[in-house]
Design a protein around this ligand. Structure first.
Ligand SMILES: [Mn+2]
Length: 332
């Protein structure tokens, strides 16, 4: 009965101006959950003035969804005169970049709603932390709020919740039976699944297509222990190009590029590569590479990036050296 707790809190604090905050580069789960949540609260108390904001603006994909859903994002929210703050899909205030300080300094009570494990520092700041790791997405938590209150979905609310769930479960690959039950119900509210899912794919512009094709033309292939490593360089869209090389069949793709002295390297690997070698691209490759090139490197196991200073060719050579050593010591 978490939503009832939130409503009680709003009533007790006589909160009227509520600010919903999404993490930087807000993804569809973040903006859609914020939209559906604001819409739900407004249906309970129509006097509430709820605003939504995303640190550094929404992601490119989220921007596309803004064309289809009536979501309005504030660019620079005013943290003064706010009665209540709610963090959605965000479990640390660091994910709010520059706004973190405003949240820390604010006297307004803070509520956190997320499907990631709650962070101890955030728990100290918040009056209420809803961190439900059983939910596929923040949108699934908001879906449950509607059910708890027995509020019927409008078409727009259902569509937003559907899109957030679809995005966070990678088009339902990661969904469990609860997600499918929720989705089945949402689809009864006049949503066309095929149409909605197509909103979640971005069309590629011409320069990105050319970058990918150039990267594949310039690609050098190395083989070690039956792993295929592809190296290439392009001056823009390194991440997209690296993904493309994985799509072509490489186990690991490393694409470097330089622009006005700035060096960028994108690294991608297949899940299979990480599972068998335990080589973590962010920790084992990107981090030392970033340090070597006087910049920063890091990321996830199968997707990482480096920013530094230097030339692309030297970067690829260095990268191959680190990776080869790692692979030789694993012998897998
Ligand atoms: Mn999420």
């Amino acid at each position: 009965m978490q939503i009832r707790e939130i409503i009680k809190l709003i009533e007790r604090k006589k909160a009227e101006k509520i600010l919903l905050l999404c993490h930087h580069n807000a993804d569809p789960d973040a903006i859609c959950s914020a939209f559906a949540f604001s819409s739900l609260l407004n249906r309970i108390h129509s006097n509430l003035k709820i605003k939504i904001a995303a640190a550094q603006g929404p992601s490119r994909l989220s921007k596309q969804l803004l064309k289809f859903l009536p979501i309005i994002l504030l660019e620079e929210p005013n943290f003064e005169k706010i009665d209540m703050l709610v963090l959605l899909d965000t479990n640390t205030i660091q994910q709010l970049d520059g706004w973190a300080e405003h949240v820390k300094a604010s006297k307004a009570p803070l509520i956190v709603i997320d499907h990631h494990a709650s962070h101890p520092d955030t728990e100290k700041l918040a009056v209420l932390c809803i961190a439900d790791e059983t939910a596929s997405s923040t949108c699934e938590i908001i879906y449950r709020f509607f059910k708890e209150l027995n509020v019927k979905f409008t078409k727009e609310e259902a569509q937003a919740l559907f899109l957030g769930m679809a995005f966070d479960t990678r088009h339902f690959i990661l969904a469990n039976s609860y997600t499918f039950k929720a989705v089945a119900e949402l689809l009864n509210h006049g949503i066309n699944a095929k149409e909605a899912l197509s909103m979640l794919s971005l069309s590629m512009d011409l320069s990105e297509r050319i970058a990918r094709l150039k990267a594949s033309r310039r690609m050098k292939i190395m083989k070690i222990n039956n792993w295929i490593i592809a190296f290439s360089y392009v001056s823009a869209y390194q991440a997209s190009a690296a993904r493309a090389l994985i799509g072509l069949g490489a186990h690991v793709a490393i694409v470097a590029g330089e622009r006005e002295e700035a060096l960028r390297i994108s690294l991608r690997a297949t899940n299979d590569f990480y599972e068998r070698t335990r080589i973590h691209l962010g920790r084992d490759i990107a981090k030392p590479l970033g340090e070597y090139f006087h910049g920063m490197g890091g990321g996830h196991a199968v997707a990482a990036g480096v920013n530094g200073v230097g030339d692309a060719e030297a970067a690829l050579k260095r990268c191959w050296k680190i990776l080869r050593l790692k692979l030789k010591s694993t012998r897998i």
